[in-house]
Design a protein around this ligand. Structure first.
Ligand code: NAD
Length: 549
């Protein structure tokens, strides 16, 4: 219990509820708090403006303010103070939207109990403190908000809800690597996060990017959990990352960095523990170095410690292109659902690395005209369509799209807003936001990247009738073939490419149909439906395994 009392402001017009909440908080032995209660929002805002409030418990329907406006006004006066909202049972949508607008948590008034109220307050304060530190990132906030929204719709067990908000394990390391001049030693930060260990070993990529933080890796690990569960794979979610710009390193520097990072996280990984794979900024060569470093430490070859490795080292046929291929299988299924004829339709692809280039190639094979592509260096537009082969050849030689002839260079903003049938996002997070969601001009938004759409933007896209293939479904082809690679490695078997693609398609289409059916039946967006599919499976497993000890 905290030594200094928490200052809690309760803004609630119902006298009965005010009294009940005050009594429950007073009786909570794990909390020491002063509760100040007011009936009206204007009084509450005046109190907030004076400062020294640690948390607000807020009824959204007050005599002088209604619904989300109540929350917005509180956040305007005290943006740093965490808010837990009080809702009635029939306000599921309102609570979900309040979470999207920045509320930390919600409590259903008719279900108020001392345990859940006290815990919501304690956990919210813990999360608010974490936000101030390394955990905080827009991506982790997004992952938590998406989860809380799904949890609200599915009326998720409160014990499980609180348990799943943060990852189970996280390791943060700082380590050196030698530059090629053999005199400079760079020190960088690395992370490995395991979100849920309930489902089996954990699984997730390793990202090399200059903006990697613990919060970003935690968000990616969280999404991996829902993705694996949605695909019904026997894995929990994990992710790793190093805060470094890989494009500024030579191949030998990248190798030394990878070997040292692997050594730093070696206790966490292993074929039965946690199995890394490629992600942004890493590829099969990096996986080969991870495998070799791990194997050197074990004294024998351990190919199953990573997936996405070269085929000659035990990699799976079809793994390299699996994310792009899977995305295109799902685009085909979405197009059939929307009545969109793919041959002759148009697509814009943001990101031309592993996911984007393969997606572009498979779309072109289906007769889709790729009218624009973009990467870190430039974006290119050609109304008559671009040759994917020519783009690939240019990138193979120059690493990036910049300098490609025969196309008009445009900006990233313009790229995303081009009129097209299919917009493929295969680069970074945070691309479709509340600022540009109204200007996105596609029928189908296919997310190959993780976290490219912000939560408020989701609502706008949904209202505008844009069909979204959410990331945990759209890019799940990668982890699915990684699973095949791991299974083949564990059994010393090799499957043919046809077998792999056939199984991949079956798994993805099954997840697509389940998600679509749920979205239609419950009148919710595809992302929330996909999350509910994943979260339900993890919840069932958690409840069956129970709490240790
Ligand atoms: P990659 O490194 O191979 O390619 C990334 C691409 O994004 C490159 O073309 C790069 O130039 C571009 N890019 C980087 N910064 C950009 C910016 N600011 N603006 C526009 N473009 C930018 O990475 P990848 O493996 O293709 O991963 C792309 C996304 O897909 C990531 O979000 C990753 O998490 C996700 N993803 C990848 C896999 C996989 O199997 N590789 C699986 C699931 C999800």
């Amino acid at each position: 219990m905290s030594a200094t009392p928490i200052h809690l402001l309760l803004i609630e017009d119902n006298a009965l509820h005010r009294r009940l909440i005050q009594q429950l908080l007073k009786a909570d032995t794990q909390l020491r708090c002063d509760v100040e209660a007011v009936e009206r929002l204007d009084t509450g805002l005046m109190r907030l403006a004076q400062g020294n409030v640690d948390l607000v418990l807020l009824d959204l329907v007050l005599p002088d303010s209604q619904e989300l406006e109540t929350l917005w006004r509180v956040r305007l006066v005290a943006p740093q103070v965490p808010v837990v909202i009080l809702t009635s049972l029939d306000d599921v949508k309102l609570a979900a939207r309040a979470v999207e607008s920045g509320a930390y948590d919600y409590l259903v008034k008719s279900h108020l109990k001392g345990a859940s109220l006290g815990r919501a307050v304690r956990y919210t304060l813990a999360r608010a403190r974490a936000r101030g530190g390394e955990w905080d990132s827009p991506m982790f906030r997004l992952a938590q908000q998406q989860f809380l929204k799904a949890a609200q719709y599915m009326n998720l067990d409160d014990n499980v809800r609180q348990r799943l908000l943060f990852p189970q394990r996280a390791q943060m390391v700082s380590f050196p690597f030698l530059r090629d001049d053999h005199s400079q030693v760079e020190t960088v930060f690395g992370y490995r996060v395991q979100h849920v260990l309930t489902m089996g070993p954990t699984k997730g990529g390793i990202r090399y990017h200059q903006d990697v933080t613990l919060g970003e890796v935690a968000a990616l690990a969280t999404w991996m959990t829902w993705k694996c569960a949605l695909m019904r794979l026997p894995f929990g979610g994990a992710k790793g990352g190093v805060r470094v710009d890989p494009t500024a390193l030579s191949s030998s520097e990248l190798q030394r960095l990878t070997r040292r990072y692997t050594t730093e996280i070696i206790e966490m990984i292993g074929p039965d523990k946690d199995i890394p794979a490629p992600d942004l900024g890493t590829d099969e060569q990096v996986m080969a170095w991870v495998m070799d470093t791990y194997s050197q430490q074990m004294g024998h070859a351990v190919p199953t410690v990573v997936t996405g490795k070269p085929v000659v080292l035990g990699g799976s046929l079809g793994r390299k292109e699996a994310t792009g291929r899977g995305l295109v299988y799902l685009i085909e299924a979405s197009a059939a659902h929307l009545g969109l004829e793919l041959a002759g339709s148009t697509a814009v692809v943001q990101g031309f690395g592993n996911v984007g280039s393969h997606a572009a190639r498979f779309l072109a094979e289906l007769g889709v005209k790729i009218i624009a592509v973009g990467d870190v260096s430039t974006a290119l537009h050609r109304h008559e369509g671009l040759s994917v082969e020519a783009l690939e050849a240019h990138v193979a030689q120059h690493r990036v799209l910049g300098g490609f002839p025969d196309a008009e260079p445009i900006g990233n903003k313009e790229l995303l807003e081009l009129d097209c049938d299919i917009l493929v996002l295969a680069a970074l997070q945070n691309q479709v936001t509340v600022e540009n969601a109204a200007d996105i001009n596609c029928r189908l938004l296919a997310e190959g990247a993780n976290g490219p759409t912000m939560l408020e933007a989701d609502d706008i896209l949904h209202e505008r009738g844009i069909f979204v293939l959410p990331d945990i479904l759209g890019n799940a082809g990668g982890v699915t073939v990684s699973y095949f690679e791991w299974v083949q490695g564990m059994q010393n078997l090799t499957w043919t490419l046809d077998e792999i693609n056939g199984r991949l398609k079956a798994i993805l289409l099954d997840a697509f149909q389940r998600t679509l059916r749920r979205a239609q039946a419950e009148r919710i967006d595809m992302r929330t439906a996909a999350l509910i599919e994943g979260v339900s499976r993890v919840t069932e497993a958690k409840l069956l395994r129970g709490v240790f000890p």
